[in-house]
Design a protein around this ligand. Structure first.
Ligand SMILES: *Cc1c(COP(=O)(O)O)cnc(C)c1O
Length: 351
């Protein structure tokens, strides 16, 4: 057994989450977004498991991610590359049968000069991030149709706020895009978009975070944790009354407290912003972080923890008890950032 922090990726839970999301939009294809190495959890293993479960459409951000995923899942599944191609990459797209998502006029120009493979068209319906200006859909409909896109898509800016007026505004705008390409499948929803109701499903949904157990599903939709992050207790000792814990001496002890220092820190992806706020669970009991999180270590106050705690105990920082979004909120961030921030030292295991 190693002292290194450990992330156990629960592949079967991720597959179950994909099925749960798939059931929300019967008739639509449910893709899987596995960019950034499947949000830090491992795109090769997760891609393979999802393919076996029947997922036939994947999204990555970069050509390199697409090439790696193609090796993992073989020919057959469609792989979209969200950030689109640059000059010099077109042959690689074609050879690996990757679908380029075209989102700028530069992309269109590039694509029109190439002996090309398949493409998708990303239209901006109000986020002002990536996507062709929606006006082009009117003025250049014929030229765009001539590219024979296999998908038209757009992205929601505020899907995680179900009542936000942007959602309906973007959906209405996207309906016009979809109407302009009556023979092309259309896609609008990310994870949170999948929870906005039937009108947001279109022909294909693109969940990422929810597959890995993140996001905030509505009542009645249960997602399972995609990963269990654990660290080992290195040292168990009494912190004396009148002393303090950790860098900056920010955490004063007004009485004797039982402390447990664990082998995990911000180098492993526990944000320093969670100092004094984050919790670790030992045998199902929550124990608060005492003082600052350091690079390789964090100290918990286990005075009210389980009697079973000892050096070598495993402490859960993400998992069944340590819920991803709650832990992220304690660090002032989101599940996205917590997952993709897991450090290279964290040992990934797959179950
Ligand atoms: C990352 C991304 C997704 C997936 O988003 P989640 O919120 O993780 O579900 C979908 N579509 C696009 C365009 C993305 O960039």
């Amino acid at each position: 057994m190693s002292l290194l922090p450990r992330a156990t990726v629960l592949t079967s839970n991720i597959v179950d989450n994909w099925r749960t999301l798939d059931a929300l939009h019967p008739g639509a294809t449910t893709a899987a977004v596995v960019k950034a190495d499947a949000y830090g959890l491992g795109a090769t293993k997760i891609g393979r498991a999802l393919k076996v479960a029947g997922c036939s459409t994947f999204f990555v951000a970069y050509l390199d991610e697409g090439l790696t995923l193609r090796k993992a899942v073989g020919r057959g599944p469609r792989i979209f590359v969200l950030n689109g191609p640059m000059r010099g990459e077109l042959a690689a797209y074609r050879d690996a049968e990757l679908t380029a998502v075209l989102s700028s006029e530069l992309h269109l120009k590039l694509w029109s000069t190439a002996a090309r493979g398949t493409c998708a068209i990303h239209v901006d319906t109000g986020m002002n991030r990536l996507g062709l200006p929606i006006a082009l859909v009117d003025t250049e409909t014929t030229a765009l149709r001539r590219l024979a896109p296999v998908l038209v898509m757009s992205h929601l800016a505020c899907a995680d706020e179900p009542k936000h007026p942007m959602n309906l505004r973007q959906r209405r705008a996207f309906e016009e895009v979809a109407d302009a390409f009556p023979d092309t499948p259309a896609s609008l929803a990310n994870s949170a978009g999948c929870f906005l109701g039937k009108g947001f499903g279109f022909d294909l949904t693109r969940p990422g975070l929810a597959l890995y157990g993140g996001s905030t599903p509505p009542a009645g939709v249960e997602l399972k944790p995609g990963v269990v992050l654990e660290a080992t207790v290195l040292s168990l000792f009494t912190g004396q009354k009148g002393t303090s814990v950790g860098y900056g001496a920010t955490h004063a002890l007004t009485e004797d407290r039982l402390l447990a220092t664990c082998a995990i820190g911000y180098a492993d992806g526990l944000p320093r912003a969670g100092s004094g706020k984050l919790k670790g669970w030992i045998d199902g009991v929550a124990c608060p972080v005492a003082g600052r999180i350091s690079m390789d270590l964090v100290t918990l106050d286990v005075t009210d923890g389980p009697k079973s705690v000892k050096p070598g105990s495993r402490v859960e920082f993400l998992g069944e008890h340590a819920k991803l979004e709650a832990q992220a909120a304690a660090c002032g961030t989101l599940g996205y950032e917590l997952l993709t921030g897991l450090g290279p030292r964290v040992q990934r295991n797959y179950r």
